[in-house]
Design a protein around this ligand. Structure first.
Ligand code: NAD
Length: 346
């Protein structure tokens, strides 16, 4: 088998720190992969005003099997314009419509809920990743006056909703899950909600083997805290998914633990930790590398390298059980020591 080509975009802040360890762990896993590093990020933008070089996205789409990204965001860059162009640009140019975020508690110690075991928190949130409120449609009128009006449009297409709901059902089947829950706010956001409801009914009819549930997003937020065990696969829109997955990250120990994949089946997909560039701790050897390392394992599984992925997941689990943890999850190790421990226990 030829080596899988991985484009690495470590990005800014702690992105660079955690991705270095994700690469070490990938190498230790024995996976047949080769890396090409890209310097897209704040430093480059501040140096030569380039966010994404010409043909950058088509290079990723055509020259690589997958992208491994760190995080983008830097207080030196006004409005983080580079982060928006790189990150949202990748999601939109590569059409990465399914943002897959596992919410998996590895050890009770990490959960802020009392009496919560790993069996209680083990589900996946699938967030629509290309439309909704994040399309930058809208406008501001009478800016700077007492009559200022800001309009932000929520775009929902049949095609966009249909493919992400279908992805959720397919994901459930492939991972031995029996239930899919769709969450919206169709009682208040009636136009978009009606479209989601109709697509949900139509596509759901094609999956008689999967149990279908529905919750309004506010009720779901409450239920994720009070009774998370009932969930297996949750599918929702871009904005609700963004918020719910931070809550999900908290259930599994915090942002440092959470992994994600930005996926378009059959095309170059992108994997990244859920957290941002964390300028408050960047360069201080404090960042938890587990979310980035777990994202690298998700990438391998997506590429069909399931044994190597399982080795990495097992090493992360051992690190948690043996308390080889960074301070954000109650440990005393630095980023480097935690990352090296995992790499050496594959
Ligand atoms: N996908 C991305 O690239 C992404 C995601 C979110 C935020 N951002 C950007 O990152 C910058 C900082 O944003 P923010 O502070 O809102 O979110 P953040 O995720 O960077 O940090 C939030 C808090 O969590 C902590 N934290 C995050 N990851 C951690 C880790 N791995 N280990 C230990 N602690 C960790 C941080 O120290 C901070 O206190 C902003 O520019 C933002 O736009 C980027």
């Amino acid at each position: 088998m030829s080596k899988k080509k991985i484009a690495v975009l470590a990005g800014d802040g702690i992105g660079k720190e955690v991705i270095a360890h994700a690469i070490d762990v990938l190498r230790a896993s024995g996976a047949e992969v080769e890396f090409t590093e890209f310097d897209w990020g704040a430093d480059r933008y501040l140096r030569d005003s380039v966010t994404v070089p010409a043909d950058g996205f088509s290079l990723l789409a055509n020259g690589f099997d997958a992208v491994l990204a760190g995080a983008f965001g830097d207080p030196r860059v006004q409005f983080n314009i580079h982060a928006r162009e790189i990150l949202l640009g990748m999601r939109s140019h590569l059409d990465l419509y399914a943002n897959v975020r596992p919410v998996k508690l590895l050890d009770s110690l990490l959960c802020p809920l009392k009496d919560c075991s790993p069996e209680d928190v083990n589900f996946t949130i699938i967030r629509e990743n290309t439309e909704g409120m994040y399309g930058d449609l809208g406008g501001v009128f009478k800016r700077g006056t007492a009559d200022e009006i800001a309009v932000q449009e929520d775009v929902n297409t049949w095609k966009g909703v249909e493919r992400v709901i279908r992805y959720a059902f397919e994901h459930a089947r492939q991972h031995g899950r029996r239930r899919v829950l769709m969450s919206d706010k169709s009682n208040a956001l009636t136009h978009a909600g009606s479209l989601w409801q109709r697509v949900w009914q139509e596509v759901g009819g094609e999956y008689p083997d999967i149990e279908k549930q529905h919750m309004y997003v506010d009720a779901l937020a409450l239920a994720m805290v009070r009774a998370p065990r009932q969930f297996e696969v949750i599918v929702t829109n871009n904005l609700f998914g963004d918020i719910l997955t931070d809550l999900g990250a908290a259930l599994q120990g915090g942002l440092g633990m959470a992994a994600s994949g930005n996926i378009h089946p059959g095309r170059t997909s992108m994997f990244e930790p859920v957290h941002g560039s964390a300028p408050d701790i960047a360069g201080r050897d404090l960042a938890n590398p587990m979310g980035a390392i777990a994202s690298a394992a998700m990438m391998l599984a997506h590429l069909g390298l399931t044994q190597e992925a399982a080795r990495i997941d097992a090493a992360i689990l051992s690190a948690v059980r043996q308390r080889k943890l960074t301070p954000d999850v109650g440990g005393t190790l630095g980023t480097r020591a935690c990352g090296e421990w995992i790499a050496s226990h594959i």
